[in-house]
Design a protein around this ligand. Structure first.
Ligand code: GLY
Length: 407
């Protein structure tokens, strides 16, 4: 016989909102909800961690455009547009820098196949009304002299910027604390449901937190919280990304930087990016692996990143390699996030941001605060309702976001 289960200890207080998960999405939601006068508690053993600790922080609405994702493009652009004001407000609230850098991006092709692929992307960008300029290989190297001589052409996208996700997370944490958000240093183990309504969660130390509304913002883990009814459990899965951090050489004032903007390419079918920060860090990413919960940094992953990065920018082999790490992108079946109310009253979702978590942080915080305050999502976020995946006997209530496919 099992010993009788210890009944949960009731946490003091009854916040308006309990946020499960203190990554950048949970923190932005908490910060914005607190700014609207709600009392907010965040449950997370290491707030400010999660996928953002690994992410490169590209704000790449235009260069990461994919066929079939035009609706997501709208949300990505809405968030990119909010970034300058969001950063200004956050830096003021936290008294800290976020490493936001308006440097633009250059996406280049190394061979004829890549060039054809980039031409198609350019056509899609132009059809979508985006600002993207085709450059010859020579023009690319004029912009970024460290590029390999074999570069065949590229796209100059001056509107795709970057931020340092670790600094962003740390600033959000401080801003939350200053706004009165409470933190519980524990993992949520189970959602509590009473009378057909989510009422909070039991944490892994046995504490029960009762809350008016609960937001599930636990990244890849959002799909496996006990107690969430099957039909509203978000269909998110982890997609592993391995990333390297190198140190850029100091350059005397007035001399050209090693790289002055984000440089991307698709090398042998693998997306690759190099993100130079003002802090002197160069982020090289990323693998994309469907390996469940595995976060091992592998020799093969590091080898492939360095091999491809060397093909793109041969000089990187001279740089100190200071870190390798792996994280999990929370991925939904249509690659778009799940935002706002679920079929279960009292439970909202902010998860499934896949490759765009950092980019979508400002808009997510704002639309979630609106949904928590009013019970419904603002117009721009409605396509991202979790109801598009709700399983009923008649099938999903709404179709996932599948759109134009390449011809
Ligand atoms: N957005 C870049 C990545 O997910 O690798």
């Amino acid at each position: 016989m099992h010993p009788p289960a210890t009944p949960p200890t009731l946490a003091s207080g009854h916040p308006d909102v309990l946020v499960i998960g203190g990554g950048i999405i949970g923190l932005a939601t908490a910060w914005r909800a607190a700014a609207r006068g709600m009392t907010v508690t965040v449950a997370d053993p290491s707030p400010g961690g999660g996928a953002a600790r690994v992410a490169a922080g590209m704000l790449a609405a235009v260069t990461e455009l994919h066929y079939g994702e035009q609706t997501l493009l709208g949300l990505n652009l809405a968030s990119a547009h909010r970034y300058p004001r969001f950063v200004a407000e956050l830096e003021e609230a936290a008294g800290a820098h976020t490493g936001y850098r308006r440097c633009g991006t250059l996406a280049v092709a190394l061979d004829a196949d890549d060039r054809a692929h980039l031409r198609e992307l350019h056509a899609l960008q132009v059809r979508s009304g985006l600002d993207s300029q085709w450059l010859t290989g020579r023009e690319c190297r004029r912009l970024e002299p460290m590029l390999a001589p074999g570069v065949r052409g590229g796209l100059r996208v001056d509107g795709d910027h970057q931020i340092d996700p670790r600094r962003l997370a740390s600033a959000l944490l401080t801003a939350c604390e200053r706004a009165g958000v409470a933190f519980l240093p524990n993992r949520a183990e189970r959602l509590t449901v009473h009378g057909g309504r989510a009422t909070g969660a039991v944490l892994d130390d046995g504490t029960a937190v009762a809350a008016g509304q609960t937001v599930l913002a636990a990244g890849s883990h959002s799909g496996r919280l006990a107690g969430v009814p099957d039909e509203v459990l978000p269909p998110v899965r982890p997609v592993k990304g391995q990333v390297l951090r190198l140190r850029l050489p100091d350059v005397p004032a007035g001399s050209p930087a090693f790289l002055s903007r984000t440089v991307r390419a698709v090398v042998r079918g693998n997306p690759l990016y190099l993100v130079p920060r003002e802090s002197g860090e160069l982020v090289v990413g990323a693998t994309s692996e469907e390996l469940g919960w595995d976060t091992t940094v592998t020799a093969g992953g590091v080898y492939e990143l360095l091999r491809d990065a060397h093909e793109l920018v041969p000089g990187i082999t001279e740089l100190p390699l200071v870190e390798s790490c792996a994280g999990l992108r929370p991925t939904s079946p249509d690659n778009a996030p799940l935002l706002g109310p679920t079929e279960l009253p009292g439970l909202q979702l902010a998860t499934g941001h896949f490759r765009n978590g950092v980019l979508l942080t400002p808009v997510t915080g704002e639309v979630m605060a609106e949904a928590l305050a009013t019970g419904s999502l603002p117009e721009e976020a409605r396509p991202f309702t979790p109801l598009r995946f709700t399983r009923t006997t008649a099938g999903p209530e709404r179709a996932p976001l599948l759109e134009e496919q390449p011809v």
